[in-house]
Design a protein. Structure first.
Length: 202
């Protein structure tokens, strides 16, 4: 009974804070920032300070149609990200020999991948469930977390206000596109690592 009463009280407090924030009021323990009203202990950092953004290899070794094989290393395209997750219904492969000749653009477990041209801002988390690694095509970039919990960052980049910001950044040309610098300069909230893990588990 005590736990139930406590939960009701907590839910009422949370609802009250949300209502205040919606009205533009700042609840106790919160602050107003460039990204909105957030808890006082949270910081704001650019993505560059939380992760490395890696372009694909667009040099002379970039794969073309004759390099695709029936089985080998997964070659990712924008079609492979659907609803913020990887979809391997359609897939292409390059040989291990071709993969070894390439420099950048090789995915590791817990990397995020973002689409940079056309349908921009789609972000998926590579969990190495089906494939050990993969290579991204020229319309994608890798986001490799180093100072942020990967699942929290994935949630954050798929959050509505961040997606709107990404759409605005990329809407200045005939074909929507993002640059590496655009992605690196995204301003994001940065709670403590422990809190990031808790948020990701909700």
């Amino acid at each position: 009974m005590l736990n139930e009463s406590r939960m009701i009280l907590m839910n009422a407090e949370i609802k009250n804070r949300i209502d205040m924030i919606k009205k533009g009021e700042i609840p106790k323990g919160y602050k107003k920032t460039k990204v909105g009203i957030i808890p006082e202990e949270w910081e704001l950092n650019t993505l560059k300070k939380q992760a490395e953004v890696i372009d694909g290899d667009r040099g002379c070794n970039y794969p073309n149609e004759k390099d695709f094989v029936n089985d080998g290393i997964l070659f990712l395209s924008t079609k492979n990200i659907v609803n913020s997750k990887f979809d391997f219904t359609e897939k292409k492969f390059i040989s291990k020999e071709k993969f070894d000749k390439l420099g950048k653009g090789k995915i590791k477990a817990n990397d995020l991948v973002i689409t940079m041209r056309g349908s921009i801002g789609n972000v998926a988390l590579f969990k190495k469930e089906q494939y050990e690694t993969a290579f991204i095509n020229a319309q994608m970039a890798i986001i490799r977390p180093h100072n942020v919990f990967n699942e929290f960052l994935w949630l954050l980049l798929n959050f509505g206000s961040i997606q709107k910001k990404i759409s605005l950044i990329g809407s200045g040309s005939a074909q929507p596109q993002l640059t590496k610098k655009n992605v690196e300069n995204l301003l994001l909230v940065n709670p403590s690592f422990k809190e990031q893990q808790k948020i990701a588990q909700i």
